[in-house]
Design a binder for this molecule. Structure first.
Ligand code: FSX
Ligand code: SF4
Ligand code: F3S
Length: 313
């Protein structure tokens, strides 16, 4: 109870009312595909966390856009998630430690929580030349991943790079970059997107804390609750006119906001993600709403498969 009170006080200080927070929990619960009766339980996961799973967060080849997107997570804020809900033991871009101290922290965390921690990975891994195309502190990404990932209870790949290789794996890919699963030959839970939507990461974590298991996945390791439908199937611009008649396939006439971007190269029909529903930055907008065609950023190999981006499929 005390914990809960403190939580709502903290939110208030950040200018977030209890009502806004409950709205977010309702959106998150719906995004996770759970019935509305779960809303209070989802709120409790944030307000009065019962367990804090240890997390080791690795960074390989990437642009750090995934962390940037994550830092814009609404409720919980990134600070809340890292300090109160999860026990993040190691995170290269956010931690204070550097140099040898950082390496020691990683080693200690891996040994202490062997078999129990969740490993979150951002960025792809170079596999050619013994992984020589990508190093941190003199160690290859490949060696670091081989040391850490097999000891984790679960490996969550945050972003298309760690999930499927991303821009690093685009042709001609001289370093032989791959996603973590392919590079190590292990099964990973993938939350792709360049960047991914933080709500899909939060939903995965909440699923784990609430139901004690990871969510159901598709054949590419993506949680079905977020990647079960195509962008096109959920797109408000899909409302259109046929023979001069308004056809309401999705949303309202107002929501259609103009025109379908298919002829400008929109890859929405081939891309599985929940951007039209979850949106980015506090539910502000998403690429197609802002007038830009979807470039298929959550699909494996999208740099090669989906380009040239502005040509009709
Ligand atoms: Fe990749 Fe993420 Fe794109 Fe960037 O960590 S999915 S390049 S948004 O930063 O990995
Ligand atoms: Fe489909 Fe893209 Fe057109 Fe939306 S804008 S209806 S996703 S093709
Ligand atoms: Fe990416 Fe397309 Fe969504 S480009 S962010 S999957 S709309």
């Amino acid at each position: 109870m005390e914990k809960e009170k403190e939580f709502y006080k903290r939110l208030e200080k950040k200018g977030v009312s209890r009502r806004d927070f409950m709205k977010y929990c309702t959106l998150l619960t719906a995004t996770m595909g759970l019935s509305s009766s779960f809303v209070p339980k989802v709120a409790e996961v944030f307000a009065a966390p019962k367990q804090r799973p240890p997390v080791i967060w690795l960074h390989f080849a990437e642009c750090t856009g995934c962390s940037e997107a994550f830092l814009r997570s609404m409720y919980p804020g990134a600070d809340e998630l890292i300090l109160e809900i999860l026990a993040v033991e190691y995170h290269e871009t956010l931690m204070v430690a550097a140099g040898h101290q950082a390496e020691e922290n990683l080693h200690n965390a891996v040994e202490k929580y062997n078999g129990k921690f969740v490993c979150v990975v951002e960025g792809a891994i170079a596999t050619k030349y013994n992984g020589g195309y990508g190093k941190v502190g003199g160690k290859t990404f490949l060696d670091i991943a081989k040391y850490v990932c097999p000891k984790a209870a679960a490996v969550i790949c945050l972003g298309t790079c760690s999930a499927y290789g991303g821009v690093q794996a685009a042709k001609p890919n001289p370093g032989g970059y791959k996603g973590v699963g392919d590079a190590l030959g292990i099964k990973t839970l993938n939350i792709p997107g360049c960047p991914p939507n933080p709500i899909n990461f939060v939903g995965t974590v909440v699923n784990y804390l609430l139901l004690g298991k990871l969510p159901a996945l598709d054949s590419l390791g993506r949680p079905l609750f977020a990647y079960g439908k195509t962008i096109h199937d959920q797109c408000p611009r899909r409302s259109h006119f046929e023979n001069g008649e308004f056809v309401e396939e999705f949303g309202s006439k107002e929501a259609a906001m103009g025109y379908c971007l298919y002829k400008m190269g929109c890859r929405g029909p081939e891309t599985y993600n929940n951007c039209p529903i979850a949106k980015f930055n506090d539910g502000t907008s998403w690429p197609v709403e802002a007038g830009h065609p979807c470039i298929g950023c959550s699909e494996p190999g999208f740099w090669d498969k989906m380009s040239p981006f502005y040509e009709e499929m």
